[in-house]
Design a protein around this ligand. Structure first.
Ligand code: PEP
Ligand code: MN
Length: 340
C-alpha cells in the first residue's frame, strides 16, 4: 500500500503516520520522489484500519499496490534506479557493457581479454570462477584462483569485475572483492541467498531463471530490495520454451514490460539466449531497440578452445565488430532508450 501525503503535509505529520504504521508491525518508510511525498507500506496489512490512516492529518489518499512485488515496482519508486559501479551507471542515460569470458581459464586469457575490452570502451569485466555446469564432469571453474586472476586483470585494466556467486558462504568474500555479484539463472529463486544479498550493499546482477515468469523474476528481486539492498540490476538471458533450435528463447517482451513495471535497470545477455556466436550481435541490437539498458557479452581469445560455452563466445574480431554496431545503434535509439 502507498500512503500519499498532501503536498503541504508537515514533517511531523509524515513521521506520525510512519510511527502509527510501525506500531502495527508494518514496514513503513518515506519514499523518495521528486513530485510527491509518499509512504510505502509492506508486511501483513490484515490489522490495519484504512479509515483511520485515511483520516490522519496530512494524508491525501491510500493506494493499494496491485502487484505482489512492491519495492521493485514503479508505483513505489517512479524514478529510474541508478546502480553505480565505479564509473558505470546502470539505469542512467547511456547503456552499459559488461563483457568477458564465460569462465576464467588462465592468466594469459583473462589479461588479454581485459586489455582488449578496455581498449574498446567496455565498462565491466566478467568471468566465471565457480561454474554452474549441467554435468558434474564438465569444467567447474578455477575457484578462488580464478578470483585472484580476475583481480589482477581488474587492476591492470582499471575495470570493475562481475562474478557469479554460488555458495552463500562466499558472500563476505564477494562483498569486498567483487564489484558486481552475479546471481545466475539457476539460483534466481535461491531465497536464502537472496535474503543474504539484501543485507549487503554490493550491486547484484540478477539473471532471470530459465523457467521463471516475469512476476517470479521481479519477486526474486523484491527479496533483495526488501532486505535493504536496492543495488539490483536485472538481466534477461532467455527462457526455455518449446523451441529447441536455439539454446533458449530471448524474451524481449520482458524487457519492454519490465521497463514499465519496474524502476530497476535491466540488461540483456544474448549469448546464453542464443547459444551460438553468429546470433549474438543481431539479438543484442534487438535488445537495445526494446530498451535494454546494457548488455552482457561473452568473449574469449580462442573461443573454440573455451572450457565452457565455446559456441556462444565471440572472438576478438567478432567482438570488435559487435562494438561498432552497438555504437551505431545507440545513435539511432537515443530517444527510445530514454522512454520509461
Ligand atoms: C553465465 O553468465 O556464465 C551463466 C552461467 O549464465 P546463466 O546463469 O544465465 O546461465
Ligand atoms: Mn556462459
Amino acid at each position: 500500500m502507498l500512503v500519499v501525503m498532501e503536498a503541504k503535509a508537515t514533517k511531523e505529520e509524515v513521521t506520525t503516520v510512519i510511527s502509527y504504521l510501525q506500531s502495527l508491525n508494518l514496514k513503513a518508510e518515506e519514499l523518495p520522489g521528486a513530485n510527491r511525498v509518499a509512504i510505502g507500506v509492506t508486511g501483513n496489512k490484515k490489522h490495519i484500519s484504512h479509515q483511520e490512516v485515511q483520516r490522519m492529518p496530512g494524508v491525501k489518499e491510500l493506494i493499494q499496490v496491485t502487484h505482489k512485488y512492491k519495492r521493485v515496482s514503479r508505483e513505489f519508486y517512479p524514478d529510474n534506479t541508478i546502480v553505480k559501479v565505479k564509473n558505470a551507471l546502470f539505469g542512467g542515460n547511456a547503456p552499459v557493457l559488461i563483457a568477458g569470458p564465460c569462465s576464467v581459464e588462465s592468466e594469459d586469457q583473462i589479461m588479454r581479454t581485459a586489455e582488449m575490452l578496455k581498449s574498446l570502451g567496455v565498462e565491466v569485466l566478467r568471468g566465471g570462477i565457480f561454474k554452474p555446469r549441467t554435468s558434474p564432469y564438465d569444467f567447474q571453474g578455477l575457484g578462488y584462483k580464478g578470483l585472484e586472476l580476475l583481480k589482477k586483470a581488474s587492476v591492470a585494466s582499471d575495470l570493475p569485475i562481475c562474478v557469479e556467486l554460488m555458495n552463500p558462504e562466499d558472500i563476505s568474500l564477494f562483498e569486498h572483492e567483487v564489484d558486481i555479484i552475479q546471481i545466475g539463472a539457476r539460483n534466481m529463486q535461491n531465497f536464502d541467498l537472496l535474503k543474504k544479498l539484501g543485507k549487503i550493499q554490493t550491486p547484484v546482477l540478477l539473471k532471470r531463471g530459465a523457467s521463471s515468469t516475469v512476476e517470479e523474476f521481479l519477486l526474486a528481486a523484491e527479496y533483495i530490495l526488501d532486505g535493504g539492498n536496492s543495488n539490483v540490476i536485472l538481466c534477461e538471458r532467455g527462457i526455455r520454451t518449446f523451441e529447441t533450435s536455439t539454446r533458449n528463447t530471448l524474451d524481449l517482451n520482458s524487457v519492454a514490460l519490465i521497463r514499465k513495471m519496474s524502476h530497476l535497470p535491466i540488461i540483456v545477455d544474448p549469448c546464453h539466449a542464443a547459444g551460438r556466436h553468429d546470433l549474438v550481435t543481431p539479438l543484442a541490437m534487438a535488445a537495445m531497440a526494446v530498451g535494454a539498458q546494457g548488455l552482457i557479452i561473452e568473449t574469449h581469445p580462442e573461443p573454440f578452445k573455451a572450457l565452457s560455452d565455446a559456441n556462444q563466445q565471440l572472438d576478438f574480431e567478432q567482438f570488435s565488430e559487435f562494438v561498432s554496431q552497438y555504437k551505431r545503434i545507440q545513435e539511432v535509439l537515443k530517444p527510445v532508450v530514454s522512454l520509461k
